[in-house]
Design a protein around this ligand. Structure first.
Ligand SMILES: Cc1ncc(COP(=O)(O)O)c(C=O)c1O
Length: 388
């Protein structure tokens, strides 16, 4: 899976014959396709014509304007791409679906990954749909709802005493030892291919005029690298004229990628501290791809505090009706900060990718939310409470 010369740090890049793809993947051809899932972009996915696909609705998630939230964030137009609507409720389904299809293609019966939660639950979901056995390494602090998903999808769950990084190393060694198909984004080049479909959809759903800025939260870096590959390929195919600038957003307590972006030096691992568990990554393996993607797009990276993430969770829910998990609301928080700092102009159109649903981490949601009002079953008490 990785470059034989560079070892585990040399993640491969899937390339296509874009001239051949351009002949078939046209705006007109897409308009005639009835497949409302990420598989509608078959020509740009590394899977065979007869590949067995999971019978789940992966991708083609809702995209719409959020005018009240746009006013709050401070931009002219704000779109939300709600990837919390995927089968296991996160963007990771796009990648896990491709990985599971590749595992079947490679005639493996077992597929494994280490994850802070979403990659794991999505892999367990896709493995269940394709009849594969999933073995998942999770760090101790994975939120319970994500753990519940894993167990319900029938995965074998190994809860590793230690951080995400410890879980990752253990999974890596186990895959080598037992020959399981490895879904880890740090080594598997096909995951980017699944993740890029979010951008293909953004282009098509916005009638080939993507906004000037697209905000994506960053943990390991694979998601934003995938998002950029999608926009780059759309441009290469002539389906869009201009690709958006990417705004990569990290939590201030786990921001080694932003640091590498700013310094231009190699990544320095950190001890992550943030409520946004999905992006609490101290040793991101795709940092270089992420940094290159943001640079190439002409965009930038910034960090937000946990309080800004909580505020974004509340406003995204209250003003747009979209329930985002902390890592997902991080993109909205980042946009708000980017506007304040004059990075994203107020007249700009922007899009925030909501990478996971808020039900995935109800403890974080309840900590960020206002308290309910306790009342006795009595109308006068309701009136008094409402007046207060
Ligand atoms: C909800 C959510 N948002 C953002 C990310 C960040 O993606 P990446 O780790 O590929 O940078 C993740 C990764 O787990 C995630 O689950």
């Amino acid at each position: 899976m990785t470059c034989p010369r560079c070892g585990v740090t040399g993640i491969l890049d899937v390339q296509f014959d874009y001239r051949a793809v351009a002949r078939r993947l046209t705006r007109g051809a897409l308009a005639r396709r009835s497949d409302c899932s990420q598989w509608r972009y078959r020509e740009l996915l590394p899977i065979g014509a007869w590949a067995r696909l999971p019978a789940l609705a992966v991708g083609w998630t809702a995209l719409g304007p959020a005018p009240a939230l746009a006013r709050r964030v401070g931009v002219r137009t704000l779109y939300l791409k709600d990837d919390g609507r995927n089968p296991s409720a996160s963007l990771k389904d796009r990648a896990s679906a491709v990985a599971a299809v590749k595992a079947v293609e490679a005639r493996r019966r077992t597929i494994a990954c280490a994850s802070t939660g979403n990659a794991a639950s999505s892999l367990a979901c896709m493995a269940a749909a394709l009849g594969l056995k999933a073995i998942i390494f999770v760090p101790e602090r994975a939120p319970e709802p994500k753990l519940a998903q894993l167990l319900m999808f029938g995965a074998t769950v190994l809860r590793v005493r230690g951080s995400y990084d410890a879980a990752w190393n253990l999974c890596q060694r186990a895959c080598e030892r037992w020959g399981w198909y490895n879904r880890n984004a740090a080594v598997n080049p096909y995951l980017v291919e699944g993740k890029k479909t979010v951008s293909l959809e953004i282009c098509e759903q916005l009638e080939w005029r993507p906004p000037e800025w697209v905000a994506v939260s960053v943990g390991d870096g694979c998601t934003i690298a995938g998002a950029w590959k999608g926009f780059r390929e759309m441009r290469e195919l002539g389906l869009i004229r201009r690709a958006p600038k990417l705004l990569g957003v990290q939590a201030a307590g786990a921001a080694p990628v932003t640091e590498a972006f700013r310094s231009g030096a190699a990544l320095k691992p950190v001890e992550p501290h943030t409520l946004a568990d999905s992006i609490a990554v101290g040793v991101p393996r795709n940092w270089k791809k992420a940094v290159d993607a943001v640079r190439e797009s002409g965009g930038t990276m910034l960090n937000v505090e946990d309080e800004e993430i909580e505020e974004a969770m509340r406003t995204t829910g209250r003003l747009a009706g979209v329930f985002a998990e902390p890592a997902a609301a991080t993109s909205v928080a980042g946009l708000a900060r980017a506007v304040k700092e004059g990075i994203v102009p107020r007249r700009a159109a922007a899009l925030a990718v909501i990478t996971g649903n808020g039900l995935k981490d109800t403890r974080a949601a309840l900590a960020a939310a206002p308290r309910p009002i306790d009342v006795p079953p009595d109308l006068a008490a309701v009136e008094a409470a409402l007046e207060r």
